[in-house]
Write a protein that binds this ligand. Structure first.
Ligand code: GLP
Length: 239
């Protein structure tokens, strides 16, 4: 028996199934059953693999959840706090291609502010890494990272990594929590030049202190183009 659902001529089958299921479960109570794979196979006349692919995407998105031995259900909304993300991860999450252009990377002596934030003594060696960060080929932000040199032996030797947080992860120093301060401001001459915006155009400044467990590993200043960047936060009950 041909049941069939009218589907557009364009688009991949699994996308059509996925969007159909999304529209079906929109607004449903968490815990309501999702349509079964068998129903969808019959309805769309597609292979089980195609239906599986569509459902997997919705599970990954957090719209559906699988309960082993029981089936697939409308998921409870996720209530996790915003995870610590790197520029690279943030841009990928937005579907943009991240790039890292080193403006300079050098050894410096910590000034009092950076020293205090990193828990070291003024005059101790730090690494100052200044980068232009692009997304999909266009400037997104200029970033100054200050790192405790003692924790990062050999960091300045060899090529600079594309992602600082990936490099820190390999050293067991991936930031696990951060303090961010966000301020609205106007672009300086130098920032305007790097970001390809007018001098005085609106920018968003993010100052970060990042810790790997108890170790302060990074202090940074990132200046974003406010016409390209929205800061997203999820906040929950404190402990
Ligand atoms: C964000 C943070 C910076 C950090 C950077 C690392 O932009 N605000 O403090 O240095 O991510 O990004 P990546 O791992 O892509 O180099």
């Amino acid at each position: 028996m041909e049941q069939g659902v009218a589907v557009g001529v364009n688009g991949l089958k699994h996308v059509q199934v996925r969007e159909y299921v999304r529209s079906l479960v929109a607004g449903s109570m968490p815990g309501s059953p999702a349509p079964s794979e068998r129903e969808l196979v019959n309805l769309f006349g597609v292979a089980r693999m195609t239906v599986r692919q569509a459902m997997d995407a919705l599970v990954t998105e957090g719209l559906l959840e699988r309960v082993p031995g029981r089936g697939t259900f409308v998921a409870r909304p996720r209530r996790t706090a915003t995870p610590v993300t790197s520029f690279t991860e943030e841009m990928r999450r937005r579907g943009l291609l991240p790039e890292s252009v080193t403006l300079f990377a050098r050894r410096e002596q910590a000034g009092p502010g950076v020293a205090r934030a990193l828990g070291i003594t003024p005059g101790d060696a730090i690494i100052h890494w200044k980068r232009l960060r692009r997304a999909d080929g266009a400037p997104m932000c200029v970033e100054d990272a200050y790192l405790n040199e003692v924790l990062l032996p050999g960091f300045l030797q060899g090529g600079m990594p594309t992602s600082l947080y990936d490099d820190l992860a390999e050293r067991g120093l991936r930031p696990t929590w951060v303090e961010d301060n966000i301020t609205a401001d106007a672009a300086s001459d130098e920032e305007a030049d790097h970001l390809e915006i007018a001098i005085g155009a609106a920018v968003l400044r993010q100052q970060r202190r990042a810790f790997a467990e108890e170790k302060a590993v990074e202090v940074s200043r990132s200046t974003y183009r406010s016409d390209r960047f929205t800061l997203r936060l999820q906040l929950g009950l404190g402990e």
